[in-house]
Design a protein around this ligand. Structure first.
Ligand SMILES: [Zn+2]
Length: 537
């Protein structure tokens, strides 16, 4: 090793050779997901297809070379450190792309940056060490140790500008490939290393800055009756990565809903989620615009709107990424388990913590109207087996590693089905608690934020760009429970609220308003499932 380092330390190459070696290594080591995809969307029997692939190589070399030459113009050591960090990040990126079949687009970056440390450690596996060592640390050693013949600053900037000119000339000569780039930009943009995470991290922070703008208040609302005849409690349960196809209530062959089966839920037909990631779907569910919302909506979300109108709001979460909001009580599962002084405290790890003593909290809530949001961790992958207590391992054998490609498909599906079955238990217990509330009209809406891929066509997890998202990532359940007194007071039955087509992320906002008999200029009766006279439902 010492000899190797000595040999490395004695090596001397020109800056131009160094940059070329870095660019070629970047292509050889980190391009496979991009190239695999590009080859499937190019016709290599035609000269146009071959030029598309060559063009992709030239684009990558020129972009990276231009950036490195311009950086070296500022400082050669800065350039060395940037290359070092890029190699290590690339090795991580490649590992996750190949292991989980993901693409590093903006929403994936948002997921990574918003994922709490517990979820992040679940994604990590010891096998990440090998690619990080050979593709990240060893090349980094080369980059930091080798001696460079550095030309004058003006030449370094000159090489950078030269690389941009070569790229510009190439693009002009092969302008017929632009349509190909245009058609596949979103997919290739999520696979091109290092640009996928550099550009998408910048886009993420740009988006966050826009999200943090002052929220636009929605128009003031009013209630059809000033004081309700009975206390009104509405619970919105936001599921995580629970796909409709694995609910026995929706026709799945395995019994994943044994606990809610007798609770007389209104089971809506399967509908499509707004997006395939938690943050966008949560934003979509909480806005009055639903799926019509632009991705940068700045209207106040549902919980804030209700809080402003005097409704007591409680937000309990075992997840991350809700839009900024104002509520009366905000509790994470950790807050809930930390606050427990009983002998029978919840662990804080599982979703059942979210309903711990909720009935007590509701009984003590001194308010005529209470809105509760429970944000589950549900079926968040890939560590499905960690999402339910061991005694809920009903379907077995299960996959017990985050390297899901190493498990059989059946083991993976068993672990996933156990998460759906455990969620079913949580919902059933929640309904039992709501039933125990006296003098209360209670309703519960359950909807998942998005679906999940379990290996269909090589896809795992979620987060595929919406234009090409496989149906498994968007088909979500939408289920409603109404207390007998609520049904009676509103003259409703399960059958009367059901719709032919479900818009699972458009309904919650207006249905929650409807459950409280709240109205305002933004209220859309056709999205209120409890307003059966609207004609839309
Ligand atoms: Zn999610």
């Amino acid at each position: 090793m010492q000899n190797f380092l000595k040999w490395l330390g004695a090596l001397r190459i020109s800056l131009v050779s160094f940059v070329m070696i870095v660019c070629i290594f970047n292509l050889i080591a980190f391009q496979s997901p991009l190239l695999d995809y590009a080859l499937t969307v190019s016709d290599l029997r035609s000269s146009g297809g071959i030029i598309q692939i060559i063009s992709l190589q030239i684009l990558q070399i020129c972009l990276l070379a231009a950036s490195l030459f311009l950086l070296s113009g500022l400082s050669v050591s800065l350039m060395r450190w940037v290359v070092t960090v890029l190699f290590i990040c690339n090795a991580f990126g490649l590992y996750f792309m190949i292991s989980y079949g993901i693409e590093i687009d903006r929403s994936m970056i948002a997921n990574v940056l918003n994922t709490d440390s517990r979820e992040a450690t679940e994604l990590l596996h010891i096998s990440v060490i090998v690619p990080t060592f050979f593709l990240g640390l060893v090349p980094a050693l080369f980059v930091l140790s080798i001696n460079l013949d550095v030309p004058k600053r003006v030449w370094r900037f000159g090489y950078g500008i030269g690389s941009i000119l070569i790229l510009a000339i190439w693009i002009t000569m092969t302008s017929f490939t632009m349509l190909w780039y245009d058609n596949h930009a979103s997919r290739m943009g999520g696979k091109i290393l290092p640009w996928s995470y550099i550009v998408n991290t910048a886009r993420h922070f740009n988006r966050s800055a826009l999200d943090n703008r002052e929220q636009t208040l929605l128009p003031d609302g009013y209630f059809l009756s000033e004081k309700p005849a009975k206390r009104e409690v509405v619970v919105l349960v936001l599921g995580e990565a629970a796909r409709a196809d694995n609910f026995s209530l929706l026709g799945y062959k395995k019994n994943t809903n044994p606990f809610t089966k007798d609770h007389q839920l209104a089971i809506f037909p399967i509908g499509l989620s707004c997006s395939t990631n938690t943050i966008s779907s949560a934003a979509c569910i909480f806005t009055h615009e639903g799926q019509q919302a632009p991705s940068r909506t700045k209207f106040e979300p549902l919980p804030s709107y209700l809080t402003r109108h005097g409704i007591k709001t409680i937000y309990r979460t075992n997840n991350s990424g809700p839009p900024p909001m104002t509520v009366n009580i905000y509790q994470t599962t950790k807050d809930i388990s930390d606050s427990c002084i009983d002998t029978n405290c919840p662990s804080g790890a599982y979703d059942d913590t979210l309903i711990w003593n909720l009935d007590k909290l509701l009984k003590e809530a001194n308010a005529d109207r209470v809105f509760v949001t429970l944000h589950l961790t549900g079926s968040h992958g890939p560590a499905y087996y960690k999402k339910y207590p061991p005694e809920y391992e009903h379907f077995s054998p299960v996959c017990k590693t985050v390297q899901i490609a190493k498990c059989t498909r059946q083991e993976l599906i068993n672990a996933y089905d156990n998460t759906i079955r455990f969620t079913d238990q949580v919902i059933a217990n929640l309904i039992s608690q709501l039933k125990s509330l006296e003098q209360t009209n209670a309703t519960m809406i359950y909807v998942s934020d998005h679906g999940q891929s379990l290996g269909e066509n090589g896809y795992y997890l979620h987060g595929a760009p919406i234009a090409i998202a496989p149906p498994e990532q968007r088909r979500v359940p939408f289920m409603v429970w109404m207390s007998d007194s609520f049904k009676k007071s509103r003259n409703l039955t399960n059958a009367s609220i059901l719709t032919d087509i479900t818009l699972p992320h458009d309904y919650p906002f207006h249905s929650v308003m409807g459950a409280f008999q709240m109205r305002s200029d933004i209220y859309k009766p056709h999205f209120d499932i409890f307003n059966t006279r609207s004609g839309g439902s």
